[in-house]
Design a binder for this molecule. Structure first.
Ligand code: NAI
Length: 286
């Protein structure tokens, strides 16, 4: 029987979430997507108008099918969390049921269960600021959107995940090494995400035999990364200094994610898996 995947954090065809969706679709999974509410309209319109058709192509020539797109804002667990100004915000008022709990309920109603949960989202409003200049509010916002969101998604989706299922998220080496420019508490958020991956692997493993891993990915010129400002420099640095000197393709991260959530990785859980052309292993720029 085919697997069903819910992928949180796709709003265009440039990011890691999209590439993971494609790898999973190529392996036969049914694809459900959670798209950030403010980005929903343009994503759905672009999908409908065929703007992504070229990048929907799978290795066998068919086009990836997205069964359903759900509006999602992963910083809100349920309606009680949503402040008035967000409720009234034009970009949110057009959609309903986009808190994590409501999305999980909708997926349950529509499909009953899922096998694979993908967390491919992050947000740090002060990412361009050094840590010493980051406000408490900005720091907590980064943790809320980029780390707690994984806990919240798992908390609400585990009840509808089939035993033997798996979850995966995306992290970055700034969690453990100094990456100047990756500010606003985003380095802290990734450190939390990696630590939580271990504890969540324990809890989800014991309760439902669900595996939880994270991929530490190399630099990719996604929309989120471009907002940080130094992504081209990071890509160049990686190309120059990694053991394998080649462009890192989003599809390579997609394929590693498909492996990690598949039965081929049935004994891998609680891991941070590097998919970065090996850059993490270098001790000195070369
Ligand atoms: P992306 O822009 O394709 O994905 C980020 C997504 O998060 C966007 O679709 C955005 O709409 C969504 N999002 C932001 N706040 C949200 C919220 N509150 N609720 C729901 N969705 C929300 O960019 P990318 O780079 O592919 O990011 C995916 C993951 O990969 C992130 O966790 C990122 O930190 C990680 N990563 C990216 C690297 C890079 O160089 N691009 C390197 C290592 C990790």
């Amino acid at each position: 029987k085919g697997k069903r995947a819910f992928i949180a954090g796709i709003a265009d065809d440039n990011g890691y979430g999209w590439a993971i969706a494609k790898s999973l679709a190529a392996a036969g999974a049914e694809i459900l997507v959670g798209t950030w509410v403010p980005a929903l309209n343009i994503f759905e319109t672009s999908l409908r108008r065929g703007k992504f058709d070229e990048s929907r192509k799978l290795p066998n020539g068919s086009l990836m099918k997205i069964t359903k797109v759900y509006p999602l804002d992963a910083v809100f667990d349920n309606l009680e969390d949503v402040p008035e100004d967000v409720k009234l915000n034009k970009r949110y008022a057009g959609s309903t049921k986009w808190t994590v709990q409501e999305v999980a309920e909708c997926v349950k109603e529509d499909f009953g269960s899922i096998d694979i949960l993908v967390h491919s989202l992050a947000n740090g409003p002060e990412v361009a600021k050094p840590l010493l200049e980051t406000s408490r509010k900005g720091y907590l916002a980064a943790i809320s959107a980029s780390s707690y969101s994984y806990i919240s998604l798992l908390k609400h989706f585990i009840p509808i995940m089939n035993p033997g299922g798996a979850a995966i998220s995306l992290t970055y080496i700034a969690s453990e090494r100094i990456i100047p420019g990756y500010g606003g508490g985003m380095s802290s958020a990734k450190a939390a995400l990696e630590s939580d991956t271990r504890v969540l692997a324990y809890e989800a493993g014991r309760s439902k035999k669900i595996r939880v891993n994270t991929i530490s990915a190399g630099p990719l010129g996604s929309r989120a990364a471009k907002a940080i400002g130094f992504i081209e420099k990071m890509i160049e640095y990686s190309y120059k200094n990694a053991p394998v000197q080649k462009e890192l393709l989003a599809d390579e991260v997609g394929n590693a994610a498909a492996f990690l959530v598949s039965p081929l990785a049935s004994a891998v859980t609680g891991s941070v898996v590097y998919v970065d052309n090996g850059l993490n292993a270098m001790g000195l720029a070369s």
